[in-house]
Structure formats: structure tokens, C-alpha cells
Design a protein around this ligand. Structure first.
Ligand code: BGC
Length: 764
């Protein structure tokens, strides 16, 4: 389609229609003055195909004489046909043949892949990319042009958030490094990725109207970087439900125009979250939103806004052209030629398995893992994982692997038991899975585990004989362990691991795979220790009172020890770091070192690089992540690893100057093999070329100047020649410390000694 020519022939009414959803998950699909506009299908897909939504689309034309309730029952038990009546089985058969035809002959349930928190636990860009590719393939099979939530890169700020598991990390560097790989993977399959929710969608309480009061510094340093990186790739973006500093995200010109278009130069399409626009569509369009979802959405207010001048025609045309281009590019996607059911399943299983084995985090092991070939295991409670959360990130499938069955395949089914306390006492490993459900529309009330798990473990620990206890956390995010960590022999976090979680976990427990995941978020001892704890909203406003001190930055700043820190994750191997060396080339710095695998097992480790500003003049985090790597080191061998980082990673956002700035002076570097609480000094770097805006001189604040002896000594001399009592300056420093020296001195050019000392001043 020649989109520009097409647009010229469209009426204002057509263009307005183009910007409004036409179905629950589609746009376009109508006749315009320029000709037919193809329909573009969208669907949630960050963890796989959301079957419910697909079903809704398909059931627009339900098979004859199926009543909606019957249809729903079939849907809910679609992959558990045993629960269906004979008639329902027939209906299912009909629907399945319809779906199979739609999928180009592919007859298999959709794949379920791990969500953001799990993908971030892999600390592996390639794994995220490959998962994105598999999701792109799912989209092609279901003929979906725009795959929503690929990724959801909202920062993991508040662990009770119902959608915590969907996001990537509490750390902006980790999130901005990994999340765009999801976009790249999806787009590489010819499907539009979709980054959501722009921005600060960090709670479910009052999800559409909460007003989030966030400082500009926190927005810039913590909440926006992952979006900025994703926007370099993603063809579409979804705005968030909440308000930021009083303005809803979908009608926020600062977010949608100043930041997104002017600063980042975003060329893709910005859509609303579903049903978020409660006010004037025309005004929201003028504020920078492109598409209003879902459909059918009334387009008359957009037309009216053009007629009464609220929405310039030029802006309408720009948005309409973007949307036409999106439709043109992604409306006719379909399963690739030659993709059979077997190939489809194989590719999805492989990607989901690889992600699962890279992301499972071992949090404790006193030598009881891996199991021996002769080991027996006893399940107390469930023997399988919940593979996804609920809401738009929920995936229904029959392809989920079951831990007990997978262990049975490796150890022999007779060695996998249930509730056998005697076998446990005689030396079997008790496996206790703690599953915490979570999803869209409700926050968790607290971080508690189920009372059942707590009492099961307490009981087992009291009378363990020769038995061992393995606790597996099948959770959306952190939980309080209430001291159970001391009672068990091993702990794993599998979050929601996708359909291959059972298989990957069995391979890890039996030692076929060495665990290599690391936490992308902190696990606190108590919920009360989390940095945003006191800021949980009253329903109307949420004050992001912890500012930039999100996640580990908040724990370290307050000196609160977490249970398991950010970046923590154990291995069956033992690693050590040797010979650290740093170099600089322009704005790129590199830290090179050796990692030694001192054990007899090959293994991967997540090595993290942190920086800390020595004597910072602006309040700063204790350390911040600026790089990482995940090398594979063979048993007994040593590998050279190089982490490169850009000078900009040392910057902070200066609210007064309105820019990211790098303070001159010394930065200490640290390497972390066990997360951010156990750091190995890795030397320091001196930045002589800090941002000119921060250079020592009359623009410095008086309080900054009086802290520096060389500067105050020079000022003392100047005061004598200028005839100004030094005490007067000191008074200013006391009463108006934030005045600049230029303001306080009313003519800094007279202070020649001071100006000379400024030139010579060397920052620490
Ligand atoms: C969710 C989005 C989702 C959309 C469509 C909304 O309620 O917030 O994340 O993509 O529904 O299902």
C-alpha cells in the first residue's frame, strides 16, 4: 500500500476511525474513501498467547447453538477435556478444527513462556532475544500483528504489586539491557513488539486513577530508561493507566510528546491501555496518543476536536499515517511456510526450556543438591508449578511439564513419592513447593507465604531424621521466609517458570543442569524493610517517596540487610575473581578480569559491575549496577571476562539543570559474584572531564564551596582585598546554602583568588 497516497484520499472521519479500536483486539477492517483498510489484530503475548482473548475474538461467531455459558465452560477447561461433558467435547472438537484452520493447520496448544521477572533472572540478553523470537512465532501462527506486552518493562518497585512478575527488574540498567532484546526477538519474526505500560504502572490498587507523585530525578533515572531503549526497536508502545504527577499517562503531553517524540524521536505508534481514556479522545489525541483501545471505540470526538480546532489536522495526519504504516506492515502476518505442528512445538519447547534453565535461581544449598542417582524424593503438597500469573499475561496450555513426572523420568518413577514421611526420615529429599498466585487487578495483601507451607516445613524440620528439605518458591516476586531458610537444606526461586519449568527444575535438581540464574530484585527479611513500604497508597495518590532509592539502592542506603540481595544466585560450581584491570578509551571504560571455576563442575556465573561515587556532592546511591556478564567457565579452568561501560552510566539526573550529568572525581568500582551485598573492590577511576555544568566555579552552591578547604582559604584572601567580611559569606552559607556563589557574592569577578582556586580545584 502507498500509505501517503492512501492517506490523502481519506476523509477526516476515516482518519478518526483509523485511530480507534474496531474490535476488542483489533483496529482497521473498514471501508474508507481511499478503499478498504485491512484489519490489524493485536493480542497479549508477553508470555505466550492469551487464549482467553483469542477465544473472545473467535467466539464473535460462536458455533451454532452453543450458548455463551457453555462456550465459557469449554474455554476454561479447554486443555483439560476430561472435565467436559460429551456434548462439550463435541463443541470443543468443532472449535478446535476452526482454530486449527485459522492457525494454518497447526494443531497444538499455545506455548507458555516465562514472564519478565524470570527472563531477567537469566541475566542473559540472548535468552531474552530467543524467547522473543518464539513469542513472535506464536503470534504468526495466531495471525497477530501486534504482540502486546513484549515487554512489560515497568520497574519492580513495590513487591506486593499484583503484576510484579510481568516486569523485569528493580534496577534500570538490568531492565534496559534485557527488555529491548524481547522487542528485537519479536520484531525479527516480522511481528510488532509492544512495550508497556508507559510509564510507572507499578501497582494494581485503583489501577486506572491512581495519581503517582514521582520526582523528575526518579522518573529519569529509574522509570524511563528501559522504555527509552525499547523504543529504539518496538513498533508500538502502550501508555499506562495511572496518572503521573496529576496527569493521566494517555493524555500526558510531557510523556507522549516531549519525552517520547521530541527527546527520543520515537516513530512508532502509541496506543492506550484498554479502556483507559475516560475523557475526551480528541484532547488525548492532541496530547500525543495515537490509538484508543479496545473497540468498538467511538471516533466522533476526534472528528469534533479537528472541527473545533483542538486537534490540528497536521497532528491527525501524522498519527493516521503512523497507524496506516503499522497496518500495512503487520496486518497480513501468518504462519511461516512449512511450519508443521511438530516444528512449532519443538521450537517453542526449546526456547521455553532454555529460558527456564537459565533463569531458575538457587538461593540456598548446603550440599544436598544436586540429588544423587540413588536419591528418592517425596513431595509434600503440589508436585507441579503454576506456570504463569493471571490477567493479560496468563497462558492456558496443555504443554506444561510436571516436576514429579520429570524427576520420575530421571530417577525412576518409584523413587518419586508423595507424603511418605518414613521415606523422608530415612534420607529422601522432601520437596515443598510454595505457590503464590498473583495477577492483574489486585495487589497482594502482604508478602506472606501460605500457612500450609510454613507448617509443613516446620513439621518436617522437627523430625527430619536423615531427610533433607528442598523449598521451591513458585512465586510472583519476593516472599517472607519467616526463618524457614534456616530449616531447609536448599531453596530455589522459579517464579512463574513457563511450561518448561518442571523439566528445567528436574534437570537442575539432578545436576544435569547447573543453576545460573540470579535475582533481579531483592528478597527482604520482612515486607516492612522494602524501600517503598511506607508509600503504599491510600487509594488516590501514591507518593514515590523513596525517590531513586528503589530496590537494593534503598536497602543499602538505609543499611538494611535483605534476606537475599539483588544479583544473588548460587551455583554448583565455585568461582573466584582474579587479576582485575581497568582501561579507558574515550567515553568507554573497560574492566577486564579472570574468573576461575575452582570446582569440578562446569558452570555459568552472573558477574556484576557496580560503581560508587566517592564524596558525591549530590545525594547518590551507595552503589549502582553499570555492567554484567554471564560467562560459562569449564571445571578447573579460568576465563578472561571484559565488561565495558559508558561514562554516561556514571551520571545522575540533575533536576535544576534538567539533564543527566557526570560529576567529576573518583568512582570506586566493585565486582559482585554473589549480588550487591558482597562486593570485591575492582579499583577506581578518576573522571577529570565531568560535565561542564558541574565544573567548580561561581555557579557552585555556597554550601558546596564552604566544604572545600582550598576554596574557602582563597575566599578568605579575597574577602580582605574586596573588603567583604568573611563572616558575612559564612552567614549566607548558613542561611541560604543553596544560593550560587554568583548570587551570594553579587559579582564573582572581584574574587580573583577564588576564581584561580576554582580552576586548580581537583575533585575527589
Ligand atoms: C492491561 C494491559 C493489557 C490490556 C489488553 C489491560 O487491562 O493493563 O496490560 O495489554 O488489558 O488485554
Amino acid at each position: 500500500m502507498n500509505t501517503k497516497k492512501f492517506l490523502k484520499k481519506m476523509t477526516i472521519e476515516d482518519k478518526a476511525k483509523l485511530l480507534c479500536g474496531t474490535g476488542p483486539f483489533s483496529i482497521g477492517g473498514f471501508e474508507s474513501a481511499a478503499g478498504p483498510v485491512p484489519e490489524l489484530a493485536m493480542q497479549d503475548g508477553g508470555t505466550g498467547l492469551n487464549h482467553q482473548h483469542f477465544f473472545q475474538r473467535l467466539m464473535k461467531e460462536p458455533p451454532k447453538d452453543v450458548d455463551p455459558m457453555e462456550g465459557m465452560h469449554v474455554f476454561f477447561n479447554y486443555y483439560e477435556p476430561d472435565k467436559l461433558s460429551e456434548r462439550e467435547k463435541e463443541i470443543r472438537k468443532d472449535i478446535n478444527s476452526k482454530i486449527t484452520e485459522y492457525r494454518g493447520g497447526i494443531d497444538a496448544a499455545p506455548g507458555c513462556y516465562p514472564p519478565g521477572i524470570f527472563l531477567a533472572s537469566t541475566w542473559d540478553p540472548k535468552t531474552v532475544y530467543e524467547t522473543g523470537k518464539a513469542l513472535g512465532m506464536e503470534a504468526l501462527v495466531y495471525r497477530i500483528g501486534v504482540l502486546l506486552g513484549t515487554p512489560n518493562c515497568n520497574i519492580l518497585r513495590e513487591p506486593v504489586n499484583g503484576r510484579f512478575f510481568e516486569g523485569y527488574s528493580e534496577d534500570p540498567f538490568l531492565a534496559k539491557t534485557l527488555a529491548p532484546e524481547m522487542c528485537k526477538g519479536v520484531e525479527s519474526m516480522g511481528v510488532s513488539s509492544n512495550v508497556k505500560h508507559f510509564a510507572c504502572n507499578n501497582l494494581e490498587i485503583n489501577r486506572m486513577n491512581i495519581d503517582e507523585l514521582v520526582s523528575m530525578r526518579a522518573l529519569r533515572e529509574i522509570y524511563l530508561p528501559a522504555f527509552e531503549e525499547c523504543c529504539k526497536v518496538a513498533s508500538t508502545l502502550m501508555s499506562a493507566y495511572p496518572k503521573i504527577n496529576g496527569v493521566h499517562c494517555h493524555e500526558n503531553p510531557w510523556l507522549l510528546k516531549t519525552v517520547l517524540r521530541e527527546e527520543w524521536g520515537y516513530k512508532g505508534v502509541a496506543m492506550t491501555d484498554w479502556d483507559s481514556c475516560k475523557g475526551s479522545t480528541g484532547d488525548a489525541e492532541a496530547a500525543g496518543q495515537d490509538i484508543f483501545m479496545p473497540g468498538p471505540w467511538d471516533h466522533s470526538d476526534i472528528v469534533k476536536a479537528v472541527e473545533d480546532g483542538r486537534l490540528p489536522v497536521k497532528d491527525l495526519d501524522t498519527a493516521a499515517l503512523r497507524v496506516l504504516e503499522l497496518i500495512d506492515k503487520f496486518s497480513s502476518v501468518k504462519a511461516p511456510e512449512g511450519l508443521t505442528t511438530a516444528k512449532y512445538k519443538k521450537a517453542g519447547d526449546k526456547a521455553a526450556y532454555n529460558a527456564a534453565k537459565e533463569g531458575i535461581v538457587m538461593l540456598k544449598n548446603n550440599g544436598s543438591m544436586p540429588l544423587k542417582k540413588t536419591s528418592k524424593v517425596v513431595f509434600f503438597g503440589p508436585d507441579r508449578f503454576q506456570d504463569s500469573g493471571w490477567g493479560s499475561a496468563e497462558v492456558k496450555t496443555d504443554r506444561t511439564t510436571v516436576l514429579s513426572e520429570e524427576l520420575g523420568k530421571i530417577l525412576g518413577s518409584k523413587k518419586v513419592l508423595k507424603n511418605d514421611i518414613e521415606a523422608f526420615r530415612k534420607g529422601a529429599t522432601a520437596v515443598v513447593i510454595e505457590t503464590v498466585d498473583s495477577g492483574e487487578s489486585a495487589d497482594r495483601p502482604d508478602l506472606k507465604m501460605s500457612r500450609k507451607t510454613v507448617s509443613t516445613i516446620k513439621k518436617l524440620a522437627k523430625d527430619k531424621g536423615k531427610g533433607k528439605i528442598c523449598l521451591i518458591l513458585n512465586v510472583p516476586g519476593p516472599v517472607e521466609l519467616e526463618g524457614l531458610e534456616k530449616k531447609v537444606d536448599s531453596i530455589f526461586a522459579v517464579f512463574y517458570p513457563g511450561m518448561m519449568g518442571g523439566k528445567a527444575m528436574a534437570d537442575i535438581m539432578t545436576g544435569a543442569v547447573n543453576p545460573s540464574g540470579a535475582l533481579p530484585c531483592t528478597f527482604p527479611v520482612r515486607y516492612e524493610d522494602t524501600p517503598a513500604y511506607l508509600c503504599y497508597p491510600d487509594n488516590l495518590t501514591c507518593n514515590y517517596g523513596e525517590g531513586i532509592y528503589v530496590g537494593y539502592k534503598g536497602y543499602m542506603k538505609r543499611g538494611i540487610k535483605p534476606l537475599f540481595p539483588f544479583g544473588y544466585g548460587l551455583s554448583y560450581s565455585e568461582f573466584a575473581v582474579n587479576s582485575i584491570l581497568g582501561t579507558r578509551k574515550g567515553n568507554k571504560f573497560s574492566v577486564t578480569f579472570n574468573i576461575e571455576n575452582k570446582s569440578k563442575t562446569d558452570g555459568k556465573t552472573v558477574i556484576q559491575l557496580y560503581a560508587s561515587k566517592r564524596k558525591a556532592r549530590t545525594p547518590r546511591e551507595t552503589v549502582k549496577l553499570i555492567g554484567f556478564a554471564k560467562p560459562l567457565i569449564r571445571a578447573g579452568e579460568e576465563e578472561e571476562v571484559k565488561i565495558v561501560f559508558d561514562k554516561n552510566e556514571l551520571s545522575y539526573f540533575d533536576e535544576e539543570i534538567g539533564k543527566f550529568l557526570v560529576e567529576g572525581g573518583t568512582y570506586d568500582l566493585f565486582l559482585g559474584l554473589n549480588g550487591c551485598e558482597d562486593l570485591i573492590p575492582a579499583g577506581s577511576i578518576y573522571i577529570a572531564d565531568g560535565s561542564p555544568e558541574l565544573k567548580c566555579g561561581p555557579s557552585w552552591k555556597v554550601y558546596q564551596i564552604v566544604k572545600e578547604k582550598a576554596l574557602t582559604d582563597a575566599l578568605k584572601k579575597d574577602c580582605e582585598t574586596v573588603g567583604m567580611p568573611f563572616g558575612a559569606l559564612m552567614e549566607i552559607a548558613r542561611w541560604f546554602p543553596h544560593q550560587t556563589f554568583a548570587e551570594a557574592s553579587r559579582g564573582p569577578e572581584k574574587f580573583t583568588e577564588f576564581l584561580r582556586a576554582c580552576k586548580e580545584f581537583k575533585e575527589e
